[in-house]
Design a protein around this ligand. Structure first.
Ligand SMILES: NC(=O)C1=CN([C@@H]2O[C@H](COP(=O)(O)OP(=O)(O)OC[C@H]3O[C@@H](n4cnc5c(N)ncnc54)[C@H](O)[C@@H]3O)[C@@H](O)[C@H]2O)C=CC1
Ligand SMILES: CC(=O)C(=O)O
Length: 372
């Protein structure tokens, strides 16, 4: 199989979908890897390193898309990339289709085999290709929140940990999964007081145990969310219903009760965001806006800012699946691995992931119906 890796084009997206180690493994298995010129530079990986590992460098993304049976990317394709899809081409990347009707339509029209990293799901419910980036984004959310709480950055001028004699900041996290847990770790480490809300009582029990009762846990419902949001200096949105558009749990009325200069970091923005006043996706270049006196941060590719960590963390987990798809072909790989089958979002012009279809108001076709 020919595997193509274009350079990412999203704002300040410095990750790349393959490392020289990945190239070496794919080439050793009998495949060919073509990479766009300088695709790895943002992550500190040179063309020469890729060539040494066995890849071929092509000058443009168009040539990479034209040559490849499978495209590996990090972020969802952007409009300039849509015309480059080929019928039957495998696209293996983060897709987050629930808030992306146009991309979904383009994948359907071109009959792309669209396998989303974020919905590959193991029998225990975990999302192995989302986890490492959620670890990164959860940790970053606190470091970003701390920065924007500083007065010159538009915040209320507060140190997360306080100092002796002055109370620490209140960090409220909605969603206690991978992002939420990693955010809590960082916030606690910096001395903040942390509250996590989740709708799973078992998850709250687990969090209470692993944090030795040093964080406050609350059941997620609109009453508790309103109470917690009012007190928050830093609010972190970290909910997920796999594949689906994020529920708007924090209403505009709730945001209006927040203190001027407090900060919202909505990590769940890649699934549409869980805060009503987050009405647009922001970028690393222009990461915040202020609404009702509250600083809003809604960058959908947070790990793109720390590519030396993120590229390696991501490719550690994507490579085994890429090898499986390349070695067996997508159809056999999907038939033999239920976790991978759950990654198939669009196939043969149809949406095959129910939560995506429901979020976009499109018909849902079970994968099994197409595979027969
Ligand atoms: N902006 C960015 O750059 C990045 C965004 N993300 C996103 O962060 C979000 C969270 O990801 P993970 O932590 O990995 O997911 P996860 O599945 O590990 O955790 C999600 C948690 O949300 C909880 N939840 C669901 N509905 C809820 C509700 N109504 N109230 C409270 N909690 C609720 C679940 O019980 C679960 O514990 C996802 O949308 C993910 O795609 C992840 C990485 C980077
Ligand atoms: C999860 C995701 O979309 C990201 O890491 O950018």
């Amino acid at each position: 199989m020919i595997i193509g890796v274009p350079k990412e084009i999203k704002n300040n997206e410095n990750r790349v979908a393959i490392t020289p180690a990945g190239v070496e493994a794919l080439v050793a298995a009998g495949h060919k890897v073509v990479i766009e010129n300088n695709a790895g530079l943002g992550s500190g990986i040179t063309n020469e390193e890729y060539i040494k590992a066995g890849a071929e460098i092509l000058p443009t993304a168009a040539e990479v898309f034209a040559a490849a049976d499978m495209i590996m990317k990090v972020k969802e394709p952007l409009p300039p990339e849509y015309p480059l899809f080929k019928e039957g081409q495998i696209l293996f990347t983060y897709l987050h289709l629930a808030p992306e009707p146009e991309l979904t339509r383009a994948l359907m029209e071109k009959k792309v085999v669209a396998i989303a990293y974020e919905t590959i799901q193991l029998p225990n419910g975990s999302l192995p290709l989302l986890t490492p980036m959620s670890e990164v984004a959860g940790r970053m959310a606190v470091q970003i929140g701390a920065r924007f709480l500083e007065k010159p950055q538009g915040g209320r001028g507060m140190l997360l940990g306080g100092v002796p004699g002055v109370p620490p900041a209140e960090v409220v996290i909605i969603g206690g999964g991978v992002v939420g847990t990693n955010a809590a770790k960082m916030a606690m480490g910096m001395g903040a007081h942390v509250t996590i809300l989740d709708k799973s009582a078992d998850r709250l029990r687990y969090l209470d145990d692993v944090f030795f009762g040093k964080i406050t846990t609350m059941m997620s419902n609109s009453y508790n969310i309103a109470e917690a949001v009012k007190k928050a200096d830093l609010l972190i949105g970290a909910v997920l219903i796999p594949g689906a558009r994020a529920p708007k749990l924090v209403t505009e009325e709730m945001v209006k009760t927040m203190k001027p200069g407090s900060v919202i970091v909505d990590v769940a923005i890649d699934q549409g965001g869980c805060v009503e006043t987050i009405d647009r996706v922001t970028t690393h270049q222009d990461p915040i806006y202020v609404k009702h006196g509250v600083v809003h941060y809604a960058v959908a590719n947070m790990p793109g800012a720390v590519p030396r960590t993120s590229t390696f963390a991501l490719t550690n987990v994507t490579l085994p699946y890429a090898l499986d798809i390349a070695n067996k072909g997508w159809e056999r790989a999907v038939r033999e691995d239920r976790a991978l089958a759950l990654g198939v979002n669009v196939l043969d012009g149809k949406v095959t992931y129910k939560a995506v279809a429901d979020s976009l108001g499109l018909p849902y076709t079970p994968l099994e119906e197409i595979l027969g």
